[in-house]
Write a protein that binds this ligand. Structure first.
Ligand SMILES: [Zn+2]
Ligand SMILES: [Zn+2]
Ligand SMILES: [Zn+2]
Length: 221
């Protein structure tokens, strides 16, 4: 994998921290980078494929994560052309090194670093890791240290983390996962149409997952 540009993309909040690096990435990484050693286990078609590994953190249970699978499968299949497999990993404690005691939050960047240590391939396919937690997560933006966010990813990259702490309808956390996956896997930017219904709309501090119901024509893959 050639793209280790560590641009953070911050979602809950106002800023697109992701830089120009995102422009260079979309789409083609699968077909170009497979090599002969892996061809046996790699699907024959050239469309994007990934194994999406969901990593529950802290008191987010494996059962809760598993309950998201049907809606994830349905919507990834609907809005993103390709082959998507999901796995739920065994829950892990949130990394102690990520804890910010004063705010009772966990630093998302530290969680991403931990997720990055996982294998890059699973079952011969590119693996994308999505950490999920109930606890609040944060990063440094807008000259504010440990600013609370809903999700963070390497853009582009293969790791993301989301928290349902800041959304009212917790069962809709899958929309944050889809949003972060697009940042990571495709290097996607926020919705150019600023469509409130689009999963890729920049939440600008007040995420409104309740009204999101599609990837608009500009954001669809
Ligand atoms: Zn975002
Ligand atoms: Zn395919
Ligand atoms: Zn859009």
């Amino acid at each position: 994998m050639t793209m280790k540009l560590k641009h953070f993309l911050v979602c809950a909040s106002m800023a697109l921290v992701c830089g120009l690096a995102a422009l260079t990435s979309c789409g083609s990484r699968n077909s170009d980078e497979k090599n002969t050693a892996e061809e046996d286990s790699v699907p024959m078609c050239s469309c994007p494929h990934a194994v999406i590994c969901i990593q529950p953190y802290g008191n987010y249970t494996k059962q809760e994560a598993s309950r998201l699978l049907p809606v994830l499968e349905e919507n990834f299949g609907k809005w993103m052309y390709g082959g998507w497999q999901f796995k739920v990993l065994e829950p892990k404690p949130l990394p102690e090194a990520a804890y910010v005691k004063e705010r009772d939050r966990y630093r998302a960047g530290t969680i991403l670093q931990e997720l990055s240590k996982n294998p890059k391939k699973v079952d011969g396919m590119d693996a994308v890791y999505i950490g999920i937690a109930h606890k609040d997560i944060c990063t440094d933006i807008h000259n504010t240290k440990n600013y609370g966010i809903m999700g963070l990813s390497y853009c582009p990259g293969n790791v993301c983390v989301v928290s349902d702490h800041r959304i009212k309808t917790k069962s809709m956390v899958w929309k944050l996962m889809l949003h972060e996956f697009c940042h990571a896997f495709y290097g996607a930017k926020h919705c150019p149409n600023d469509d409130p219904k689009c999963f890729m709309k920049d939440a600008k501090g007040k995420g409104n997952v309740e009204v999101q119901n599609w990837l608009c024509d500009s954001c669809k893959r």
